[in-house]
Ligand binder design. Structure first.
Ligand code: NAP
Ligand code: FE
Length: 364
């Protein structure tokens, strides 16, 4: 038995905001446009503002979202939303603005003290949202998750609620043309990791597996090209595959790689997608040993060794992280809610081995 829920209406393709921007008129009278500092440069923000103006809707721009959004940033957004009298939200940017927007949409209708934000059991209401991704990507535009920095636990933690599915997602690959090499690679690694981890999840369903396999089928051949110059078609493929991978994790959640990667981001400042890429190869090696890697290999059309070689090439030189820190990250990761969903749940010793080997450290 399984269920499938993905209520976001997707508009995909060149200039979809121009073609379908009138649909925003049903969301409210005044938009809080949640974005980051550089988003104005890729054309997405001006397209959103033009669509809102054409509909006669007011807009207030909150452009102070930084990578790995914090609770303080979300509170600042809520204060601006209230001061402006905004009644819906448009998110423009990568996963960080999209996740901050989701948390603003939820916490502005369901107030919580800082200590309660990650306690779960949210109601079913949030302000209506439209998302415009400019990376490819997190797939946040089609997931019910918002991932925030959790300083109390010294990690990143997801808030999950069906109310966090945006009403609309406008996916136009042209907004990703301006992505520099490193962000292109790191965000593609995130999408790759979502699809593969979804296949390695105990919570996978026939629908999530179908979406994850299709995401890998499209993404894997483009992945080697992310380190060079991508064509417009390849950018579109990455964005499409990243949305499919998002739809897959919307059902299954992510698993061991994400569960371990959060430590690398929190303590070492490593970009989210790169953190996943760095840990993926050794996690796949363990899955291979335990006989659960075949689905991923088949969907990629490559064996685990080839997949590791490709990732190694894209990742380049690895960070120099002391052995003691890596062992500490392993200790913190044990029992993580994503890791326990893995089809093969790694033991503490295996988690240590993944962290150590991923950074070229001896396991003995
Ligand atoms: P990001 O943190 O949103 O953005 C990284 C950088 O890329 C920022 O400096 C951003 O600039 C810049 N950027 C964005 N679009 C650009 C463009 N078109 N051209 C040039 N620069 C651009 O990165 P991300 O990897 O997309 O998102 C990562 C976050 O998403 C993490 O917090 C992660 O935990 C979360 N995540 C969420 C989900 C989910 O389901 N909700 C899934 C996976 C990951 P700005 O200053 O303009 O922002
Ligand atoms: Fe991710």
């Amino acid at each position: 038995m399984f269920s499938y829920r993905m209520p976001t209406e997707i508009f995909f393709g060149r200039d979809c905001l121009k073609t379908y921007g009138a649909r925003l008129s049903g969301l409210g009278a005044h938009a809080l446009v949640v974005t980051g500092r550089s988003s104005a440069k890729n054309g997405a923000l001006s397209d959103v503002l033009s669509a809102l103006a054409a509909n006669g809707q007011e807009a207030t721009v909150f452009d102070r979202v930084v990578p790995n959004p914090t609770v303080a940033c979300v509170r600042e957004g809520i204060a601006l939303l209230r001061a402006a009298g905004a009644d819906f939200i448009v998110a423009v940017g990568g996963g960080s603005p999209m996740d901050a927007a989701k948390a603003i949409a939820l916490l502005s209708v369901e107030e919580r003290a800082d200590g309660e934000i990650f306690a779960g059991n949210y109601g079913v209401r949030a302000l209506p949202m439209a998302h415009v991704p400019t990376t490819a990507g997190t797939g946040s535009e089609v997931t019910p998750y918002a991932i925030l920095t959790n300083d109390e636990k010294e990690t990143k933690t997801s808030i999950s609620s069906p109310a966090l599915f945006p009403k609309f997602a406008f996916l136009d690959g042209k907004y990703t043309f301006s992505l520099p090499r490193d962000i292109t690679v790191n965000t593609a690694l995130d999408a790759f990791s979502h699809a593969a981890e979804s296949l390695l999840s105990r919570a996978g369903t026939p629908m999530s597996k179908m979406l994850a396999r299709e995401a890998l089928r499209i993404l894997y051949p483009v992945l080697p090209r992310t380190g060079g110059t991508l064509s417009a078609e390849e950018r579109d493929e990455l964005l499409y595959a990243s949305a499919l991978a998002g739809m897959a994790i919307a059902q299954s959640g992510t698993t061991a790689v994400h569960g371990m990667g959060y430590c690398l981001t929190y303590f070492c400042g490593i970009d989210h997608g790169r953190a996943n890429g760095l840990l993926f190869g050794e996690t796949l090696r363990l899955c291979e040993e335990k006989g659960v890697a075949a689905d991923v290999e088949e969907a990629c059309g490559a064996d685990a060794e080839e997949i590791r070689r490709l990732l190694d090439g894209l990742l380049g030189e690895r960070e120099n992280i002391p052995r003691e820190s890596l062992l500490g990250f392993a200790e913190r990761s044990v029992g993580n809610k994503n890791i326990v969903k893995s089809v093969y749940e790694p033991t503490k010793g295996e988690i240590e081995r993944i962290f150590l080997r991923s950074f070229g450290r001896q396991t003995e």
